[in-house]
Write a protein that binds this ligand. Structure first.
Ligand SMILES: NC(=O)c1ccc[n+]([C@@H]2O[C@H](COP(=O)([O-])OP(=O)(O)OC[C@H]3O[C@@H](n4cnc5c(N)ncnc54)[C@H](OP(=O)(O)O)[C@@H]3O)[C@@H](O)[C@H]2O)c1
Length: 240
């Protein structure tokens, strides 16, 4: 049996992914979240009770490892879906507040790296295969005003995973860019001051023209391309 760890299970793409994985027999799902009330409200409402893992402050992920170990079924392989990322703060360089930057870097980089580190350690110790599906963004390659920390955190995780692949040629790793998806993240982007993010009108227009992708369709693509099948043509792929 494969065990699937999904971060950001309460988000736009994450929740759709969780629901679809639960209703399939792809593997056992472990939903990682930071807001217990939001998590319970969303999943209880749907009558869904997957295994959940509430993030701790300065988490060393021993709780997550205990959860994996405590399961009666041994994992044949682990799938880690790194979906939780924040775009906040959207702010110009020169105006950063230390705390917001530290929080964003902790959430987008430090915590992802620590979790990855723990999961790799666990897989090696138990001789289990690993597949990592990272949610990528065009922002990793293209500077967007006000998004510097988000751009940099996406680029950081891509470089981290490229190195993981180099160190472990047997691991299956992909960074998947979902395109522009109709979630809270896009709502936050549309709410930005034009003087900070100069392309805000373009994103408002995307929404008005109805060209945003549906999170459920993105979840279907991830499941079809990387959970049910595995045939990426490159380490970085985009939604079709
Ligand atoms: N939406 C797009 O247009 C778009 C485009 C390109 C790439 N992506 C990528 O696709 C992925 C999913 O995005 P989405 O649109 O579904 O985002 P979303 O709706 O904003 O959801 C993000 C999820 O990540 C969690 N999260 C955010 N920051 C966190 C932190 N510091 N610690 C723990 N959890 C945190 C959120 O938790 P809460 O529910 O508690 O807030 C939420 O569950 C992200 O990696 C995003 O960068 C999205």
């Amino acid at each position: 049996m494969q065990k699937i760890i999904l971060t950001g299970a309460t988000g736009g793409v994450g929740f759709q992914l969780a629901k679809k994985i639960i209703s399939s027999d792809i593997g056992k799902l472990y939903c990682v979240y930071r807001n217990r009330q939001k998590y319970e409200d969303m999943f209880d409402k749907e009558g869904l009770f997957p295994e959940g893992y509430l993030l701790e402050n300065k988490d060393d992920f021993s709780g997550l490892i205990n959860l994996l170990d405590g399961d009666e079924h041994e994992a044949e392989n682990i799938v880690l879906i790194l979906n939780a990322f924040s775009i906040i703060p959207i702010a110009s360089i020169g105006t950063f507040a230390t705390e917001e930057i530290e929080e964003m870097i902790y959430g987008n980089i430090t915590r992802n790296v620590l979790m990855l580190n723990r999961v790799v350690e666990y897989c090696k110790k138990n001789d289990i295969g690993l597949r990592v599906i990272n949610l990528d963004s065009g922002a990793a390659d293209h500077p967007l005003n006000g998004w510097s920390n988000y751009c940099a955190s996406k680029a950081y995780m891509n470089a981290m995973l490229a190195t993981l692949a180099s160190e472990n040629p047997d691991y299956q790793i992909v960074s998947f860019d979902p395109g522009v998806v109709d979630t809270d993240m896009q709502a936050k982007i549309r709410n930005t001051d034009k003087n900070i993010f100069n392309r805000v009108d373009t994103f408002i227009e995307y929404k008005e023209r109805g060209v945003l992708r549906k999170p459920e369709d993105i979840a279907d693509q991830i499941i079809d391309r990387y959970l049910l099948n595995w045939n990426p043509q490159s380490m970085r792929e985009k939604a079709v």
